[in-house]
Ligand binder design. Structure first.
Ligand code: ADP
Length: 421
């Protein structure tokens, strides 16, 4: 039986999907999670399996010291574990990306430097160290710009600024978000880059010894002009001309080569305008949230199964299902406490809609980007054409009504008292 070390994030959307794929393939999973090490044993997990993913060197030492059996592969469920997975694969001489390559593409500043170094299309960008006044960069900035945290995901800590006043506000806000979300925030600082206009696309692919195979190209049909960038719709196949789709695939493959990425899933996001293709991100992981389920039909298996099969060297059956599919990451309309939803049955009844799954829990505090990094849930559709899939998702979304209440209702009380007096 093949044995894989699986790096499970505490709040992973896809932990269960990877475990289900392992069960189906008869792969033994050695589970490691970034749970607090005191909590893990009380949850029935061995202490060795409690690792700090954001301290990859230290976590890799722990695994290598404690593990007493051979592994056939190491796999991270999501972005948080990819650096540790690469480091472990390197040290155990298993196939995988080099830790250096993963570290570089995961850091938005290092990624921009890589693009510039290899002469890819890249906006002007500046590094803003912690504590430094953004005003010092003003003579060298051309608005609009985008202020970004260095290694957060799901558009968390990404804000557009159109003038110097907005820039100061955005920098303060992104600094606060990054320091809550990343314990290395102080050393990391921020990146400020030129705003790229245009339409956005995403490529899902896998690398095998440096060879890139595309699984799907998605259109992201909603305009993403900021100031915050909540991602909603992903529709495949793309409606871009075939020649342009092939240019996108080549560009992503070229970046992977330049970065030294060689193995495993790749998720790339890009903008396209009159000047060409602008890569926003090339990440050595698969698509986030539950979005990968949109590909189950066309792949003939779950994306998690496909990834796991590659890790353990199992053959991939061919599948070329026709038709279009789409997913909506249900946007969070406002910050607050989630109390419930109406219209679920009506949304599920929309023709072409195949699944509506809510991932939010009653009582959970939720916030849209740039503060939050979660979604209310996911709507999936399958149809004859991309336009029909997109339309079905929009109709289903309109049928959902979320009850989100303010977090601090009690704060209103003093005002009410004073008005009575
Ligand atoms: P994350 O990894 O958090 O998704 P990204 O850098 O990919 O961070 O940015 C998130 C979103 O913000 C992108 O999908 C895009 O819509 C928008 N964005 C980021 N950088 C730029 C830019 N330079 N110009 C225009 N939009 C941008």
């Amino acid at each position: 039986m093949k044995r894989v070390l699986l790096l499970l994030p505490t709040t992973g959307y896809r932990n269960a999907d990877f475990l289900a794929a392992a069960k189906k393939l008869g792969v033994e999973i050695v589970a490691a999670a970034d749970y607090c090490h005191q909590l893990a044993p009380s949850w029935g997990m061995a202490p060795i399996m409690a690792l700090h993913f954001d301290r990859p060197e230290q976590a890799a030492d722990t695994v290598l010291r404690e593990i007493k059996f051979n592994l056939d592969g190491v796999l991270a469920v999501d972005d948080s574990g990819i650096e540790l997975a690469a480091l472990l694969a390197e040290r155990l001489h298993l196939p995988g990306n080099s830790a250096h390559a993963v570290r570089r593409v995961r850091d938005k500043l290092a990624f921009r430097r890589l693009l510039r170094e290899h002469e890819f299309r890249c906006p002007e960008f500046r590094y803003l160290p912690s504590g430094e006044d953004p005003g010092t960069l003003l003579p060298r900035l051309k608005f609009p710009v985008v202020v970004k945290a260095r290694r957060l995901s799901a558009s968390r800590g990404v804000i557009r600024a159109d003038d110097s006043g907005q820039l100061v506000q955005a920098v303060n806000r992104v600094r606060a978000i990054q320091s809550r979300a990343d314990r290395d925030a102080q050393e990391l600082g921020l990146i400020i880059e030129g705003f790229i206009s245009g339409c956005e696309y995403a490529l899902e692919a896998v690398l095998d010894q440096g060879e890139l195979t595309a699984l799907a190209l998605f259109d992201k049909p909603d305009p993403l002009d900021g100031p915050y960038f909540e991602e909603t719709l992903y529709i495949t196949p793309s409606r871009l001309p075939a020649e342009f789709q092939s240019r996108i695939r080549h560009e992503v493959a070229r970046v992977c080569r330049s970065a030294g990425l060689t193995d495993g899933p790749v998720h790339a996001e890009m903008r396209v305008n009159d000047l060409g293709i602008w890569l926003l991100e090339v990440a050595p992981r698969s698509i986030g949230g539950l979005c990968g389920r949109v590909l189950t039909h066309s792949l003939g298996m779950t994306l998690e199964e496909l990834i796991l099969r590659r890790v353990v060297g199992e053959a991939l059956p061919n599948s070329n299902a026709a038709g279009a599919a789409g997913v909506m990451m249900v946007p969070i309309p406002r910050r607050g406490i989630y109390h419930g939803v109406e219209g679920l049955a009506e949304a599920r009844a929309v023709p072409a809609v195949t699944e509506v799954t809510l991932t939010v829990e009653t009582g959970q505090i939720i916030a849209p980007p740039p503060d939050g990094a979660s979604y209310l849930g996911f709507i999936f559709a399958r149809a004859a054409s991309p336009a029909e899939a997109e339309n079905a998702l929009r109709i289903a979304h309109h049928r959902l009504h979320f009850d989100i209440r303010p977090e601090y209702a009690a704060m209103a009380a003093p005002a009410a008292y004073s008005s009575k007096r």
